[in-house]
Design a protein. Sequence first.
Length: 511
Amino acid sequence: MTVSRRLFVTAATALAVTGVPALPASAAEEDPRQRIPVSPDDTEADLVRKASQVRPTARQIAWQRLERTAFLHFGVNTFTGLEWGTGDEDPDVFRPTGLDTDQWARALRDGGFKLAILTVKHHDGFVLYPSRYTDHSVASSSWQGGQGDVLRSFADSMRRHGIKVGVYISPADENQYLHGVYANGSARTEHTIPTPVDGDDRTPQRTYTLQATDYGAHMLNQLHEVLTEYGPIDEVWFDGAQGHIPPDKVEKYDWDSWYTLVRTLAPDAAIAVSGPDVRWVGNEGGLAREDEWSVVPVQEKDYGRTDYALSYDAPDMGSRDALVRAQPVADYLQWWPAECDVSIRDGWFYHADQQPKTVEQLTDIYFRSVGRNSVLLLNVPPDTDGLLPAADVVRLREFRERVDRELPENLATGAPTTVSPGRVTLDLGAEREVDRIRLAEDIRHGQQVESFVVEAHREGSWSQVARAGTIGASRILLLAAPVRARRWRVRVTGAREAVRIAEFGLYRSRV
């Protein structure tokens, strides 16, 4: 592989983002470096040059640092045993007998998770807070006398335990289809958000005029409630699910208006995975590609939705070959990092006959997600009592303890470092055994490394102990056996542009 003549490596300190400015409403306008247009006339060299110039936003950098995030699927499906509800459930089926969101937060904190996403509304349309825009919600349940609010309790508990708050509001809505709102064929027109309703006691300081269908406006109103009444939101998670509707029906989602409202009301929130900030990795097993690129070719579709130029599950999403293959349909090269979602149990909602994955399975998923330039999103579903099952709570703690043993003290901390073109060399001061290596680029300057080797100085010469392709925000290499050496180096063998290494960590696992 050809090495760029401008290749060099600089040692960098840990990333720090401060003084983030206010963000404009439009995702496309906020940072021209997050996505760069491509054209059919671009040569391969042009595509590589453009890819090297793409940069993450401060919001995306903050999201990437989270590493381990949690999903909590909870709703009427928890009580019906379904994975995809029908929308005509009796709201009174939702009756958790001992809801304790502080228990959720403690378990997630002890498991090493930094952000948690609640299914505020799944595809069935049942809402976990008392919305003004639907009766299919906790307000229509006898739970807590119709005064319950899971979202309020969730948000308060997570913040109390130092965990950031995310919300999942499904674009699909079986209940609104039954009420003639979802996929009713309405045209996009201007809607005032929030839309007043009978008995509405709000006096919003600002209203928004946005284009939407009838259902698109319903979503906007619910987004406004969630993003203005429950404190700061750090991630808004959309999938692209379509309701179970006849083939002659369609609801074309108002992504542009939804994105604009989120950007305005929650400017620090990452919009995933049908969104411009974070993409779905392409499977529900929690596994990233061996070489996972954060700069990928994209199309803009359906009222501004960021979509894949290649297949969502393509084995190669961002190499030079991938950039060329995608060129006929790509509109942009975009910083669009991968989120790896997986459930701790077989299902996304709680089922009494299922058990959590083993520590070994979760650890393998960690190394194949966080260790491959991605963020892990692990679903842990509350049970019918409104608690995380005891077995899952124990497994979360065991998982964190296992990762801590896999990556204990960084032996390279404080070690003298030598930086020269294309390499970083560490001197540990004495021979030490190493079997885990962690690397990171300073992604403020993009993702540039295409290939590299790690070498140890033994018996008077350098010998290769590992080699791989991409690095990105996080790359963890597991050696088959411990290697004992005093001097270590990473040598970049292929890159798109100037490389800046932010982390070169060496570990001896205690497993």
